[in-house]
Design a protein around this ligand. Sequence first.
Ligand code: RP5
Length: 152
Amino acid sequence: MPHIGIVLGSKSDEPYFQEALRTLEELGIEYELQFLSAHRHPDKVREYASKAATRGIEVLIAGAGGAAALPGVLASWTSLPVIGVPLPTSELKGLDSLYAIVQMPPGVPVACMSIGAWGARNAVLFAAQILSLKHDSIRKAYEAYRAAQRER
Ligand code: RP5
């Protein structure tokens, strides 16, 4: 059963998550990947977010470019933690998405990582840290990953 649900606003966003997905595989953390747009598929986004917790998902990661409503809309339909990743797909190169995601009004929080592939990588590591609070096997894998970082 996947612990993490990753939702990207478009198939064209996937390259920014390639390294992040490899990291999840390295850590042995199960995840699922969906392509759902907040503005093109609002009903599917509601359906996915509102059922995610009952399906056993514990953390949501949402990557989107442009106006990047996706992380906030997902968060509006669930009390699971949502980690947003702004993607540099528009003329504004992700600054638009960064401001959109990081400026959630108080009451419905969204964690916001940095723009692009770096943010995607940190999003999965942050999700691993959250999951480590409950899952010993994930904590051990994450601590081993961090120890390996110190060797570099
Ligand atoms: C956003 O618009 C997506 O997250 C993507 O970054 C961007 C362009 O999407 P497409 O129109 O190429 O599907 O919603």
